[in-house]
Design a protein around this ligand. Structure first.
Ligand code: HEM
Length: 383
């Protein structure tokens, strides 16, 4: 009799602890994850989406800190700048080589925010620190989680992998480890390789520039986008950086800025050169024609970047907490007014694949600031 009561209780308790749908652990608000340790990330998710990301926005047009801001993009950039702070050559030379994706950009912001490459990231670093402290999670985990959640807000993005369990102990990264926009392809690729990332990884990671803008390189075209569709993660960045540059978007060319093919678009020297260098151009043009390939490869490269400096065996897979991004229906195309002949054929082994041309007159892309002002004047909500 005792045994029957015990067995019945065990079944009831088991049913309460394990949600019927996934067999995983039940967390707040009825959500479930494969690992009980991952539950805390649902709370962080809610915090980020309602707070920093202002209602799950991708972000080009968030009105943040009183001006047009892109917290999602800043966070993705922070994720790169934190993770690439690792150097096998420094370690081999007997010096401290950095801890990779260890959150040191937050823990040691007094040092790392003085690096020129981290200009403009301070407010977002502070916002992330507050979220990390509130939930008691490590800064390294938080940065990579926030980047994955941020990307999930952008249609066309992959559902990024997220592994938790990075220690919160870190030292400040050595200076000079973040590649710069005026660096040569050789300098960029050797820095990335020294950090643990290949030339292919570099091309694949740069899908992040398809949802990007600049504010520090040319203040006259503040927050000008790096492609014509900065609100979605897609192939357009790879296509448009492969088009011949003919237009100066602002009254002057900024630092590390070269001519772009579209009025209002900013082209960075590094992106321009990576699109044309024989070490990267063939992979670049593969990415130009296939949004699904961009998604798959970008996901794999981000997963590699996110664990630089860490042993996979010490981390727990909490990827099922990351929201599934909205799908993207648009197909890659040459922007209106341009043709296949405007593409530079840079891959030595294959011609640039044929692409459809989008119909209509030549387009102009506007910086985020302009878009916000236009919408406020028109009485529309921010997009
Ligand atoms: C490998 C060489 C790279 C160089 C030289 C580079 C350089 C830059 C520069 C100069 C900016 C403009 C920043 C500003 O003025 O506000 C920028 C923006 C950005 N970068 Fe990179 N980047 C590189 C790779 C990456 C990677 C690997 C990622 C992420 C995986 C990334 C993510 C971003 C994002 C999201 C932005 C937009 C920031 C915003 O709109 O506020 N970048 N990058």
């Amino acid at each position: 009799m005792k045994f029957i009561i015990f067995a019945t209780l065990a079944v009831i308790v088991g049913a309460m602890a394990r949600p019927q749908d996934t067999g995983g652990s039940l967390c707040s608000n009825g959500r479930s994850t494969a690992n009980a340790q991952c539950c805390v990330w649902f709370d962080v998710l809610d915090n980020l989406q309602a707070g920093l990301y202002q209602g799950s926005r991708c972000g080009i047009d968030c009105n943040y800190n009183g001006y047009a801001e892109s917290p999602v993009r800043k966070v993705i950039r922070i994720a790169f700048h934190d993770a690439i702070g690792i150097s096998s050559s420094l370690t081999a030379a007997g010096q401290f080589g950095g801890g990779g994706a260890d959150g040191s950009i937050i823990s040691h912001s007094d040092v790392e925010l003085t690096f020129a490459a981290n200009g403009g990231l301070g407010a977002t670093v502070d916002a992330l620190r507050a979220v990390g402290l509130q939930h008691g999670v490590s800064f390294g985990d938080l940065i990579q989680f926030a980047a994955a959640v941020g990307e999930s807000n952008c249609p066309g993005a992959p559902q990024l992998e997220f592994l938790a369990g990075r220690s919160n102990a870190s030292q400040a990264s050595p200076p000079g480890l973040v590649p710069g926009p005026a660096d040569s392809v050789t300098t960029i690729l050797s820095r990335m390789a020294d950090g643990g990332l290949s030339a292919d990884d570099t091309v694949d990671l740069l899908a992040a520039h398809s949802i990007s803008s600049q504010e520090n390189l040319n203040a006259n075209i503040f927050r000008s986008p790096l492609d014509s569709t900065p609100q979605v993660l897609d192939s357009q960045f790879y296509i448009e950086t492969s088009l011949k540059g003919t237009i100066q978007s602002g009254p002057n060319l900024g630092f590390a800025e070269v001519l772009s093919p579209i009025q209002g678009e900013f082209r960075m020297s590094a992106d321009n050169n990576l699109a044309r260098d024989p070490r990267t151009s063939c992979r670049w043009q593969e990415m130009a024609t296939n949004n699904a390939l961009v998604r798959t490869r970008h996901r794999a490269a981000m997963a590699k970047m996110a664990v630089l400096g860490f042993d996979l065996a010490s981390l727990t897979d909490c990827s099922d907490v990351i929201p599934v991004p909205a799908a993207l229906n648009a197909l890659p195309s040459i922007p209106p007014g341009l043709t296949q002949g405007d593409l530079d054929n840079s891959c030595p082994t294959a011609p640039f694949p044929n692409l459809p041309v989008a119909p209509g007159p030549a387009i102009t892309v506007a910086p985020a600031v302009t878009l916000i002002v236009q919408r406020v004047v028109a009485g529309l909500a921010e997009p």
